[in-house]
Design a protein around this ligand. Structure first.
Ligand code: NAD
Length: 321
């Protein structure tokens, strides 16, 4: 497994990272025993970066990941989050300093550990940026001083917001999702230059565009506009005709970006772990890649509206539109 350095943290992270949201049944009910096997298999195959949140499965994913990492926690780099706890707005969010201080202790208990390597504010597009910069990030940095977390990060779908906050405040990592893959490569334009300049570790989540870039396709709740969903279905059909799994091509494409330290793919099954690890270090077939990119070109980089209106991406369209 290839490793890259996570910005100035100096952490050496596997280019395939383990996204634990499926352990919280975010994509449908999963078998807990298979989830434990998937985590163990991932470690055996060289994955050392694990990402979770109290939001995933409303704490279920943290609890299951904590169980699965029992006895092997020291072998991995563990990342979790604070600020998002449920779906609805505003009730699902709390970026106050008091909640963050409580949240870390709750996460440490569920994860069965006494420190988190990377602690991130979860989906900051659901907060006013003054609160993120003036209250939430200072609260996160106090946890570093207390030894409960090692590094501090921010996560969001909204790339411009991430870039603005990272330019104003001190963050070690930035995570964005669905913004560097076969459907959208905006991360490269909006975040990569800033991350390089400031030594910020870049984490690319959802390289399968939250399952859109798979033969199975999107879950019901998927926010992508209909034309994006239709184009990815055509891409899956094209790949199938060529005897290729679109998910393999999508992973190979995402993993090839050297500006991204680790690419987080959501997994709860051993077979997906093996498949995604196998994609690392394999160059995508250039002819097929060119065909898929051409097919996706009319809907490339179409962003949906996520979070507070003040934080929407420029030109974003309503969800599912
Ligand atoms: P993803 O694009 O990684 O897709 C995951 C889905 O694809 C799951 O249903 C999984 O079972 C399926 N899958 C995985 N490998 C497959 C394969 N080889 N073939 C077919 N299907 C496969 O989306 P995701 O899980 O949302 O994102 C990955 C991780 O990134 C999350 O688990 C989470 O840890 C992180 N994330 C963070 C944020 C945030 O912080 N705001 C947002 C999104 C994702």
């Amino acid at each position: 497994m290839e490793h890259r350095t996570l910005g100035r943290t100096g952490l050496s992270v596997s280019i395939v990272g383990y996204g634990a949201s499926p352990l919280g049944n975010e994509f449908g009910t999963t078998d807990p025993a298979e989830g434990v096997r998937a985590v163990r298999r991932a470690i055996d195959l060289g994955i050392n970066y694990f990402d979770v949140s109290p939001y995933y499965g409303r704490t279920l994913a943290e609890t299951r990941l904590g169980e699965a990492l029992e006895g092997v926690r020291q072998q991995v780099i563990l990342a979790t989050k604070a600020g998002r706890y449920d779906r609805g707005y505003p009730e699902g969010f709390d970026f106050s300093a008091a909640r963050i201080a409580r949240s870390v202790d709750e996460s440490l208990r569920r994860l069965r550990t006494d420190y988190v390597d990377v602690y991130q504010l979860h989906d900051i597009e659901y907060a006013h940026r003054e609160q993120i910069v003036g209250e939430a990030l200072p609260a996160m940095h106090r946890l570093v001083e207390q030894g409960k977390v090692r590094y501090v990060g921010i996560t969001s779908y909204a790339l411009h917001l991430l870039a603005d906050v990272a330019a104003q405040a001190e963050v070690d990592t930035i995570l964005s999702y669905c913004r560097y893959d076969l459907a959208d490569t905006s991360l490269q334009r909006v975040l990569a230059p800033l991350a390089r300049e400031r030594g910020i570790g870049l984490i690319n989540a959802s390289p399968l565009h939250m399952r859109l870039l798979t033969a199975r396709g999107a879950p019901d709740w998927h926010p992508a506009p209909r034309r994006v969903r239709e184009a990815t279905a055509r891409a899956a059909a094209l790949c199938a005709r060529r005897g290729v799994d679109l998910a393999d091509l999508a992973m190979q494409f995402a993993l090839a970006n050297p500006d991204v330290a680790t690419t987080l793919v959501g997994m709860s099954k051993v077979r997906h772990v093996e498949r995604n690890v196998a994609a690392a270090g394999v160059a995508p077939d250039p002819a097929l890649l060119a065909e898929v990119r051409a097919l996706m070109a009319p809907v490339a980089d179409v962003a949906w509206q996520e979070g507070l209106p003040e934080n929407h991406e420029p030109d974003a369209v309503p969800k599912g539109d």
